[in-house]
Structure formats: structure tokens, C-alpha cells
Design a protein around this ligand. Structure first.
Ligand SMILES: [Zn+2]
Length: 341
């Protein structure tokens, strides 16, 4: 049965890959494909041990994606340039590929930027402006580090809050596997971000491991941002001030800070900043949507798909790529082909 399932899956993926390839090769009306990345980490990088697999792309895969898209005739372009061309009714290339990187990870500079440079490909990095040039760590990475390194004894008061979210059979004597810890992240999304961060700040192991105290840096520094900006290959968009999910914010003033304050923060980048918003986790409320539409020119979602030239600028679809769905040409085209489903 398992064998039959894997054969069927292979056939389905192959059909999607063929469709994805044909669609790219023979697209006849102006179309925009936005590729989304989070972390760029080499195969042996220690950071992979404490990261959700769906967040990581290898440098080799990033380079392969760029070369494959170019070889099929896709024109790499800044996302805001495509939007500007569309607004001014300029002739759009038949197929444009725009690269986006979410969150502003340090590894985007270390491992992604050299590839953008050598391939001469532009990209938009969506920054979490309140964390720039700091040693702060997003809560999912703190949770992963904690759960994969520390046995969780839920009789300890600082772990009480975590108990409902742990796998039912987790042992108090051994840490969780990465897969188990990844599932805890999903369940924790039931809580709001501030609550999770407050709980984590009371866990001595995280401080002792240097996660909260800044012995390692996950976020881009000012010097790295400056170098990327000067290259003219990288532009910066908005991804809130603190990466709070916007449907979990109760105070209107906080919602405004996260959306409008983030755009104000980006002003220090001058012409390298673009008024494009990116919803953390894809979440938004009608009030938040109104603020975004009042202050930005466009917004990227977590919806998967191709963008025809009449796509709503505040509902841009993207393909979130990682090693699990794009580590070969076949898998990449299958993922792009899935955009029709
Ligand atoms: Zn994000």
C-alpha cells in the first residue's frame, strides 16, 4: 500500500512538474512569479538542527532556481519595478520572476547575497524593523532550540504553560526530535506572539544557551543592510516591527505601529525602501488591511500561485520555496505547477 502511494505521489508530482515547465516555457500573457525564501543555509550548517525544515533553502538550490528560471526565459526584476511598469501601462515582459526573502535573516547576507551578486539578480527583503541590528531571536527558533536540546520537565513552574502543546507521549527525560518540536510550533500559534515571548523570557535554559542574551545573531546588522543596499540589487520592504501576527493584536495602536511604524522605520534606507508590505504568517484583519492599503502600494500574501497582470496589488501570490519542495529542477517545477491547484 505504501509503495502504491509513493508511486501515485511520484506520478502526480511528475504531471505537475511537466505542467509547471510547460507553463513557464510557453506562457503567452504577462505573468509574474514571486519566489519566496526565508533562510539560506548550507547543508552542513549547524543552524539547520534548530530550524523548521520548511524555512531552509541551500545556497546551491537558490542558484539552481535562478539559473533554471533564466534558462526558460523568465526575466528577473525587482518586484516594485514590475508593479510600477504595470501601473504606468508599460509593456511587461511575458514572464517575470521576482525574488523575495522574508524576515531579514543574517544568512540572507552571508549565503544568499553572494549568489544574487554573481547571478546579477535583484531581490526584495522584507524586514522586521524592530529587530534589525539586534541579537533577538524569533520565538519559533527559541522554542526549537529549547525543545531539541532540553528535556522538558513540566512539573517545573516555568514549563507549565507549555504542557498542553507538547506531544502526548513526550518523555521528561529526553529532548524532542526536530519533527516533534516543529509540530509544537504549529500548536503554539494558538497563543499570541507577546504571550509566547513573555513565557520564553522566564526560561533559564534559553538565557544560559545564549539564545536571548545575544551570543549568536540571527538578524541582519546595519553594516550588512548597508552593503546590500549599496549593491542596488537588494531593496527592502516591510514585514512589521516585531513579526506579531496581525490577527492576534488587540490594541489598535499596536496594529498601527506594526504596519505604519514599520514603513516609517524603512525611511532610513531612502530609495532602497519600497512601500510593499508582507503579512507575517499571511494573517490580517479588515482593520489591518485598511491600514496596509492606506499606506502601501502593494502587499505579499502567503497564498500560492502565479500572478497574472491583473492581480490585485494587495493580494500578490508567491511560491514559498525550501529544500523540501525545490531541491531539484523536477521538484521546483512540480511546486510551480501546483500553483494551478
Ligand atoms: Zn515572516
Amino acid at each position: 500500500m505504501a509503495h502504491l502511494r509513493s508511486v501515485l505521489k511520484y506520478c502526480a508530482l511528475t504531471a505537475l512538474a511537466v505542467y509547471g515547465w510547460l507553463r513557464i516555457k510557453f506562457t503567452s500573457t504577462p505573468t509574474l512569479i514571486i519566489l519566496t525564501y526565508h533562510r539560506i543555509l548550507p547543508a552542513q550548517h549547524s543552524g539547520r538542527q534548530c530550524e523548521q525544515p520548511g524555512m531552509i533553502t541551500s545556497p546551491e538550490a537558490l542558484r539552481r532556481h535562478i539559473r533554471l528560471m533564466k534558462s526558460l526565459g523568465a526575466v528577473p526584476m525587482h518586484l516594485d519595478d514590475w508593479l510600477a511598469k504595470r501601473s504606468s501601462h508599460d509593456k511587461l515582459p511575458k514572464l517575470v520572476v521576482a525574488l523575495t526573502f522574508d524576515d531579514g535573516w543574517q544568512d540572507n547576507y552571508e549565503y544568499g547575497f553572494p549568489i544574487l551578486r554573481s547571478e546579477s539578480v535583484p531581490a526584495t527583503v522584507f524586514l522586521v524593523t524592530g529587530l534589525l541590528d539586534t541579537h533577538q531571536v524569533f520565538w519559533p527558533e527559541q522554542v526549537l532550540k529549547l525543545l531539541t536540546n532540553t528535556p522538558i520537565d513540566t512539573s517545573r513552574p516555568e514549563f507549565h504553560w507549555l504542557k498542553p502543546y507538547l506531544p502526548p507521549k513526550s518523555s521528561p527525560n529526553s529532548p524532542l526530535t526536530l519533527t516533534e518540536a516543529d509540530s509544537v510550533i504549529d500548536r503554539l500559534k494558538e497563543l499570541d506572539d507577546k504571550t509566547i515571548l513573555a513565557h520564553l523570557s522566564g526560561i533559564p535554559e534559553l538565557v544560559a544557551a545564549g539564545i536571548s542574551s545575544g551570543q549568536s545573531r540571527y538578524i541582519l546588522s546595519n553594516a550588512e543592510l548597508e552593503e546590500m543596499a549599496h549593491s542596488e540589487l537588494v531593496r527592502f520592504g516591510a514585514h512589521t516591527q516585531h513579526h506579531f501576527r496581525l490577527n492576534r493584536i488587540e490594541l489598535g495602536s499596536t496594529l498601527r505601529d506594526e504596519i505604519v511604524g514599520c514603513l516609517q522605520d524603512l525611511r532610513k534606507f531612502g530609495g532602497t525602501a519600497v512601500p510593499i508590505f508582507c503579512y507575517p504568517n499571511g494573517d490580517i484583519t479588515p482593520e489591518g488591511q485598511h491600514l496596509v492599503k492606506s499606506h502601501y502600494q502593494a502587499a505579499c500574501t502567503t497564498k500560492t500561485g502565479w500572478n497574472p497582470s491583473d492581480r490585485d496589488a494587495f493580494d500578490l501570490h508567491r511560491f514559498n520555496l525550501h529544500d523540501g519542495n525545490s531541491n531539484s529542477a523536477w521538484r521546483l517545477f512540480a511546486t510551480l505547477g501546483r500553483g494551478i491547484l
